[in-house]
Design a protein around this ligand. Structure first.
Ligand code: DAH
Length: 339
């Protein structure tokens, strides 16, 4: 029995020594120390020993068990260490490698210009109003002094949805919504999309953007309109920028004007960019027609107002020297990332 125990010890040591796999290690533990293991099998035969033999063999058996347990524990630790070392080795990160760059988007030129104009007007105490793009004929035309048979309707190639409902052709429609709901003093701008059935070319698009402005209060005059627009243009294009008002006609304003800004290229001298004019047309404006005020329930003998409508594409194209409006809508990355 003594030899058997020694043999088990030797075999277990060799097996544990050669073991490199944690799963095999567990199998070896069961094989030698388990309930049905080799050592247990021997111990079960202890009863057959004489009383003199038993203590020595018992002691040896315990020693063998302890030895195997110790060898097992040591191997377990070594394997765990090896595993960790391997893991650390294989998972190292080379922090000197170049990273993958994240592409950062940029603001669309129309958004930049719109935000800037918003800021300028917020600074003058205006608030921002919003209105629907799918609009009733009434708000887009009729309430703006354009009755059904008015010839000026033809100039705005309207997308009709029904006889009565359309895609708004101008942000002027928001003027009516605002005046219906708000008592003077009114000071609002309203940026947004407008639609006209125009063929696409370098200066036309069926969808474009306007910013509407409306001020209604007691004693508002054309001078307030001019001062406000001059300030806007100087903020947008620099202190030396000058504006010019030319008489014009809009059904919803009286008097009406088209507003030109001094050409940035030639400063009024006349060049190719302004077609020799020295000035470039930028927006429409005027004093709100008394009919429009009255239609919205505002007493035109007490209040007066001015309004203007500005094409955002035009402002952005002038600002960034963009020669073709299509660039603003194609969303070519190479174009957009320049802003
Ligand atoms: N709604 C006009 C257009 O789209 C622009 C305009 C002109 C707006 C005069 C106004 C205004 O508020 O007073 O052509």
């Amino acid at each position: 029995m003594k030899q058997q125990l020694e043999a088990i010890r030797a075999a277990a040591r060799t097996a544990l020594n050669d073991c490199t796999d944690p799963n095999l290690l567990e199998k070896l533990r069961v094989q030698y120390l388990g309930k049905k293991g080799e050592l247990t099998a021997i111990l079960k035969q202890m009863g057959k020993l004489s009383a003199e033999e038993r203590p020595a063999i018992g002691q040896l058996a315990n020693q063998v068990r302890e030895d195997i347990e110790a060898a097992l524990a040591e191997k377990q630790q070594r394997l765990a260490e090896a595993l960790l070392a391997h893991k650390l080795e294989s998972e190292t990160v080379d922090i000197t490698l170049p990273g993958t760059t994240q592409k950062v988007g940029s603001m669309h030129p129309l958004t930049i210009v719109e935000n800037e104009i918003r800021e300028i007007f917020l600074g003058m105490g205006f608030s921002v109003a919003d209105g629907p793009e799918v609009e009733y004929d009434y708000y887009n035309f009729e309430a703006l002094n354009l009755p059904p048979d008015h010839p000026a309707r033809d100039t705005q190639d309207t997308f009709y949805i029904t006889d009565n409902i359309l895609l708004r052709t101008q942000t002027s429609s928001v003027q009516v919504h605002v005046m219906e709901h708000q008592k003077p003093p009114i000071r609002v701008i309203s940026p947004g999309r407008v639609y006209r059935s125009d063929a696409v070319d370098a200066t036309h698009s069926p969808l474009f953007h306007q910013i509407e402005g409306l001020v209604v209060d007691k004693g508002i005059t054309m001078a307030d309109l001019k001062g406000t627009l001059e300030l806007l243009m100087q903020r947008l294009y620099g202190e030396e920028c000058r504006i010019r008002l030319r008489p014009h006609h809009f059904p919803f304003t009286e008097p009406s004007a088209e507003v030109d800004v001094m050409c940035f290229q030639c400063h009024g001298e006349g060049c190719r960019m302004c077609k020799g004019e020295g000035y470039i047309e930028l927006l429409g404006a005027g004093m709100v027609h008394p009919k429009v005020l009255e239609g919205c329930g505002i007493d035109s003998s007490v209040y007066s107002g001015f309004a203007f409508g500005l094409g955002l594409e035009r402002v952005a194209m002038r600002r960034y020297n963009i020669g073709d409006m299509r660039l603003l809508f194609e969303n070519d990355y190479r174009f957009l990332e320049q802003f």
